[in-house]
Write a protein that binds this ligand. Structure first.
Ligand SMILES: Cc1cc2nc3c(=O)[nH]c(=O)nc-3n(C[C@H](O)[C@H](O)[C@H](O)COP(=O)(O)OP(=O)(O)OC[C@H]3O[C@@H](n4cnc5c(N)ncnc54)[C@H](O)[C@@H]3O)c2cc1C
Length: 392
């Protein structure tokens, strides 16, 4: 039966394929990489064989040419077993590959996208800085032209896939900077490769609360020399690239929260059927019923909003920020609350790793921060809504 979540047989097949890979390959390694704070690069490259690393990239550059709805399905299914691994996937497939596919030149796409799609290159996107996150236009990284190169100076913070181990950089990054003397809104984007002079790993960030199976790094640009052909678009025009890419990023992050919530509902539901207290299964008690039933209803509400939005958003045109912020605002807190209830339903067993919900709860929290904090979504949405009088 076609549904909002699987409008065609192809969507159902995609969900089945990703779920099967997630359950057979991703789930068994998730706890270990969370515990050790390591990124499973070999498994990650296998996503390329499934066509997921270039999920929205045009087929001529090695991608699978799919859209927002398929992007939701892939993120929801992978995140249900391992949100940390899925965050690395999102940074690579959406923040880097999709961004380049949308905004790069034919030559840039020919050079970088096939490797990003097959997983031989690992990519990321550098927007945040040590002193500028929500206030992203307060970024301090500068660029200046020097002959047939640009020279970048500054530091980027919290970069997913910035490192693939404690000492090794990721391969390719889209880096936002400001040309010296340019205005606040005039950002410029560059493609920076591992090995470019002046580009270094500052530090791999340790001791994260969650998302520990993805790496997070500070990257340093110290007179970093970038060939002029690696300028993406025109100087000063990258705000548009950023805005357009944030919409699909927020959709993917919302879908990750949906995966977390679905898994937590499944786990608490199963547990409450089996576990007895005072001679009765837990699911006979009203307080437990409330945790389970409200979690299911909130998951489905978030799912309906997210898939409805995905079915009408366009990768080519920005302009749906209200709902890209809206789905992430709703789903990120919903996913965290559902994971919290799952721990409560499992009692002491929920508090330890074996039942997975404590890991999902830790991972869920990041989704209220990364890709825009919930306060940023509230600010953006209220600004967009203030321009409207009637809603339909
Ligand atoms: C694990 C992880 C992975 C990440 N991956 C990437 C990545 O790949 N690439 C990348 O570029 N960035 C990445 N980020 C950065 C992320 O997008 C930022 O952390 C986020 O945008 C918030 O910025 P900040 O941490 O500087 O917090 P701040 O902006 O300093 O905010 C601190 C608090 O103040 C609030 N606040 C700030 N301004 C206002 C305001 N005007 N009104 C009300 N409240 C306000 C915020 O909502 C928040 O609660 C990642 C972060 C993490 C933790």
């Amino acid at each position: 039966m076609p549904s909002l979540f699987e409008p065609s047989d192809e969507h159902r097949q995609l969900r089945d394929m990703v779920r099967s890979f997630a359950e057979s390959k991703v789930e068994p390694q998730a706890a270990e990489h969370d515990r050790n704070e390591t990124f499973n690069v070999d498994l990650f490259r296998q996503l390329g064989e499934l066509g997921l690393l270039g999920i929205t990239v045009d087929e001529e550059y090695g991608g699978t040419g799919m859209g927002p709805l398929e992007t939701c399905i892939a993120h929801e299914e992978l995140s249900a077993v391992d949100p940390g691994f899925t965050l690395a996937f999102l940074a690579h497939a959406l923040l880097c590959a999709n961004n380049l596919n949308q905004n790069g030149s034919h030559e840039q796409k020919q050079k970088y996208l096939p490797g990003l799609c097959d997983g031989s290159l690992i990519g990321g996107m550098c927007m945040s800085e040590p002193g500028a996150g929500t206030d992203v236009l307060g970024m301090r990284t500068t660029a200046r032209r020097d002959g047939d190169h640009y020279v970048l100076d500054g530091a980027k913070m919290w970069i997913t896939n910035g490192a693939i181990s404690d000492t090794e950089l990721g391969d390719v990054f889209l880096v936002y900077a400001r040309m010296q003397g340019a205005g606040r809104n005039e950002l410029t984007m560059f493609i920076v490769e591992k090995g470019f002079e002046g580009f270094q790993l500052g530090q791999k960030i340790h001791d994260k609360l969650g998302m520990r199976a993805s790496t997070t790094a500070e990257l340093v640009f110290d007179g970093c020399r970038v060939p002029a052909e690696n300028l993406v678009g025109e100087e000063g025009t990258a705000m548009m690239h950023m805005m357009r890419n944030l919409e699909i990023e927020r959709l993917g992050l919302a879908a990750m929260s949906l995966g977390i919530a679905r898994r937590c509902v499944e786990i608490m539901n199963e547990y409450a059927k089996d576990r007895k207290s005072f001679g009765e299964p837990l699911n006979r008690y009203g307080q437990i019923q409330r945790h389970i039933a409200e979690s299911y209803a909130e998951w489905m509400a978030g799912r309906a909003y997210t898939y409805e939005y995905a079915s009408r958003m366009s990768l080519d045109e920005p302009g749906t920020r209200l709902d890209s912020d809206g789905v992430k605002l709703f789903c990120s807190t919903m996913g965290k609350n559902v994971a919290d209830r799952a721990i409560q339903v499992l009692g002491g067993y929920g508090y330890v790793g074996e039942y997975r919900v404590e890991r999902l709860w830790r991972d869920a929290k990041l989704l209220e921060i990364g890709g825009g904090t919930i306060e940023a979504h509230q600010k953006n949405m209220t600004r967009d809504l203030s321009r409207m009088t009637k809603l339909r």
